[in-house]
Design a protein around this ligand. Structure first.
Ligand SMILES: [Zn+2]
Length: 466
């Protein structure tokens, strides 16, 4: 196993429990594991560990790889659709579902190249992916293989829709037995619960508007049988609150509580429309949260009460870029900066600081995904890290506190190298495993074909094909 020493970094932000930082720090990795982090590691390990490669990290800041806890990768192909821009969640979903009817494994694969390729290039080393429309078979499988190809640590969630409505068309509805059989097949083939696992499969029942109770119960039974995480959306839109109040006589959170959907096994995107008592319950039950500020801004959903969650003791809380059709990119650096800014705007003096936002993007995200082997830099943790180059003109004059510089002034130009499981999968800002230009052509072609097919049924989409 190759041993690499990253030497003399301007700063190393470990993001461990004590948020330890090292000025002029070193990081030693061997294979896919961190051996040590600290100061003067060459001297310390000379007698015991032969070092194969020394990387001069002067002028750099090293931190744990970012963890993206909510995504819908295939949506990367249907971004910037004119008729959908400016809509709130539900009418926006109606447009999206018309396009989803034509999803194919090739679309799923292309979505990973575009979505997770972008995520990797912006410092993300682990990503969730929630796949819920299934007009054909093999979609989640295609994403798993594509994620493996580009080299990102992957948490795919096999979602589903089991209830047709004015939003969800019947073409993508599945029967509970089909859903469970396909999910179980994926779990048996790809789910790896071991330490440093590169793929963990989860389930993602649609609830409460888009799924039946029968399919929900079957999905939860499967999750218990294989000890899988359950992921979904909670309290995203105003309509969702109105819908559950009218149909079930309770708020969305209460509906989740009544159906045993809170606890260590669960984590939910958005959690925007949550009151003070519900915040306390989220903390008490250790339910995870994916904060997706750009998507919430784009769809005019609202702002998740992040300072209140942290104050209440929610530790399973991470950042999510959400599907690129609602956030329009998979850029973790942009999500980090936006999270800081929208929380400042909304919560004023109570807002969280730059290092708290970095917690969400690293250790908090790892906890959300139920992982104790990624998210911070320490001996015996996975070698997942980002090497930031802040020694560039655009950051000059702002290289004071490294967390503040990354969160408030940072952007993807800062991301130099990204290491996943000990392998450099981004070098000098470029993906190392695939030909980016070639993939760009493929993604554009597949996205165009998808839109062309949908435009036959939905003529308003033709405006985007000009
Ligand atoms: Zn989502």
């Amino acid at each position: 196993m190759k041993t690499i020493l990253y030497q003399n970094a301007d700063w190393i932000l470990t993001m461990d429990g004590d948020r330890r930082r090292y000025r002029h720090g070193d990081l030693l990795i061997s294979g896919n594991e961190i051996v040590d982090v600290g100061e003067r590691l060459a001297e310390k390990h000379r007698a015991t560990t032969p070092i194969d490669e020394v990387v001069d990290a002067s002028g750099r800041v090293i931190l744990p790889g970012f963890v993206n806890v909510h995504h819908h990768t295939w949506q990367s192909l249907i971004r910037n659709i004119n008729v959908a821009n400016g809509l709130v969640l539900e009418p926006w979903l109606q447009v999206m579902f018309e396009i989803f009817k034509d999803l194919t494994p090739e679309v799923a694969r292309a979505g990973v190249y575009a979505g997770l390729g972008d995520a990797l290039k912006t410092g993300c080393t682990t990503s969730n992916d929630l796949f819920y429309p299934h007009p054909v078979e093999g979609l989640v499988e295609a994403t798993i293989l594509a994620a493996e190809e580009i080299g990102i640590r992957f948490h795919p969630n096999r979602g589903f829709e089991s209830l047709a409505s004015n939003i969800v068309p019947p073409e993508i509805i599945s029967a509970p037995e089909e859903i469970i059989a396909d999910t179980e097949r994926l779990v048996k083939r790809y789910h790896d619960p071991s330490r440093f696992s590169m793929c963990r499969v989860g389930v993602a029942p649609s609830m409460p508007q888009y799924g039946t109770l029968e399919s929900l119960r079957a999905a939860l039974d499967l999750a218990e049988k294989y000890d899988l995480l359950v992921h979904g959306h909670l309290a995203e839109s105003r309509y969702e609150t109105e819908f559950t109040l009218e149909k079930f006589g309770c708020r969305p959170f209460e509906w989740f509580r009544r159906h045993d959907l809170l606890g260590d096994r669960f984590y939910y995107a958005h959690c925007v429309h949550i009151n003070e008592e519900e915040v306390r319950q989220m903390a008490k039950t250790n339910t995870g949260i994916a904060h997706c500020p750009i998507s919430n801004m784009f769809l005019n959903s609202g702002v998740s009460p992040i300072p209140a969650y942290l104050k209440a003791g929610v530790s399973r809380i991470g950042l999510g870029v959400d599907g690129a059709a609602s956030s329009n990119s998979s850029n973790m650096m942009e999500e980090i900066r936006s999270a800081y800014l929208v929380n400042r705007l909304t919560w004023g003096r109570d807002a969280v600081g730059p290092e708290d936002i970095l917690y969400l993007a690293t250790a908090g995200g790892a906890k959300t995904l139920g992982r104790d082997d990624i998210g911070f830099l320490a001996p015996h943790m996975a070698a997942d890290l980002v090497v930031m180059d802040w020694n560039q003109l655009q950051y000059a004059g702002g290289c004071n506190d490294p967390a503040a510089c990354i969160v408030i002034s940072g952007d993807p130009r800062m991301v130099k190298d990204v290491v996943v499981n000990g392998e450099t999968v981004v070098r000098d800002g470029k993906l190392t495993r695939i030909d980016e230009a070639g993939m760009c052509g493929l993604v554009n072609r597949v996205g165009r074909e998808l839109l062309t097919k949908a435009s036959v049924r939905e003529p308003r989409l033709k405006a985007d094909l000009v």
